[in-house]
Design a protein around this ligand. Structure first.
Ligand SMILES: [Zn+2]
Length: 305
């Protein structure tokens, strides 16, 4: 009797400590770019899933009950911030009933804290449907901004799990070194893009353009979240012909037809790009995503595919 009680208590102790040792920090991110960064920084201490897969419009990610379940079980949530996720994250967080990851909760990690946003509006008017009330939130397309996001994620992890801070710091440094090496290569490769003018469907490439010396020359949308009208397209095409715009970018989450028409009407080259990793099969992580976008732009301006 005594022996079997001892055996059972030893067994449960073993099972408990084993389960405990394997228990990972559960992180839910809004986009795959942030999931990849979190995996790089958290290493085998974290278990990460992303709400978006990379093909969605970040301002309109379809909500599924399973997302609320994931968030309910999460220790941390990592988001782009600057209201990019306004259309789905606040509602999902409310449904998830997990006070730890509510805005202002300890587990709410806003990856934009070190970003100085571009295109901050002088007047915010949600009634006009503006999707960028805090400035342009699509900073993930610029790898230097990506470094800032990685630092914010590492800070958030260390704040919540100070006992692992040294590991997170070491992993962050290794990841930043990898990004720095890639950035040096990208900046050299991007030379042919300097001064090239681009029109995109939505204003989600301004940080990319800024980083690599390109000039944003308007959008097919009237402004972020405002659908085009025939009058707007006619004005845009006139201006594109006058200013000799080189490229029309159709982001994978927007319809192809209108971008094609605008490119054909103005003689600009049509380029199709994801604005998050996972948006195409080639963009399996953050570095391959930046790599793919840069190569696709280069191919277009150099007369390739
Ligand atoms: Zn946007």
């Amino acid at each position: 009797m005594k022996r079997s009680v001892l055996f059972i208590s030893l067994l449960s102790l073993f099972l408990f400590s084993d389960a405990h040792a394997e228990e990972k920090i559960k992180v839910v991110t809004t986009i795959p770019d942030l999931a990849d960064m979190t995996r790089n920084i958290g290493g085998n201490l974290v278990e990460v899933s992303s709400i978006a897969t990379g093909v969605e419009d970040i301002h309109a990610v379809p909500m599924k009950p399973s997302f609320a379940v994931q968030l309910n079980r999460a220790d941390l949530v990592v988001l782009l911030g600057l209201e990019a996720e306004h259309a789905f994250l606040p509602a999902l967080l409310e449904a998830a009933r997990n006070p730890r990851i509510l805005r202002d909760g300890p587990g709410y990690i806003d990856a934009s804290v070190y970003i100085t946003p571009l295109e901050v509006p002088v007047r915010i008017d949600r009634a006009l449907g503006d999707q960028h009330p805090m400035g342009n939130p699509h900073y993930n397309v610029d790898p230097v901004m990506g470094k800032a996001a990685a630092k914010a994620i590492a800070d958030g992890l260390s704040r919540n799990y100070p006992e692992h801070a040294a590991t997170f710091k070491q992993n962050l440094d290794a990841y930043l070194a990898k990004l720095d090496a890639a950035i040096m290569r990208w900046e050299a490769e991007a030379a042919p893009l300097k001064g090239k003018k681009l029109v995109s469907y939505h204003p989600d490439l301004v940080y990319f353009a800024e980083r690599f010396g390109m000039e944003p020359a308007g959008t097919i949308e009237i402004r972020a979240g405002i659908d085009p009208t025939p009058g707007h397209i006619a004005d845009l095409e006139d201006r594109m012909r006058r200013e000799k715009v080189d490229l029309v970018v159709r982001e994978v989450q927007y319809p192809a037809g209108l971008a094609e028409t605008v490119a054909q009407a103005t003689g600009a080259k049509l380029v199709e790009l994801p604005v998050m990793s996972g948006g195409t099969p080639e963009t399996r992580d953050y570095i391959s995503f930046i790599d793919y976008n840069l190569r696709t732009m280069l191919k277009a301006v150099q007369g390739g595919a």
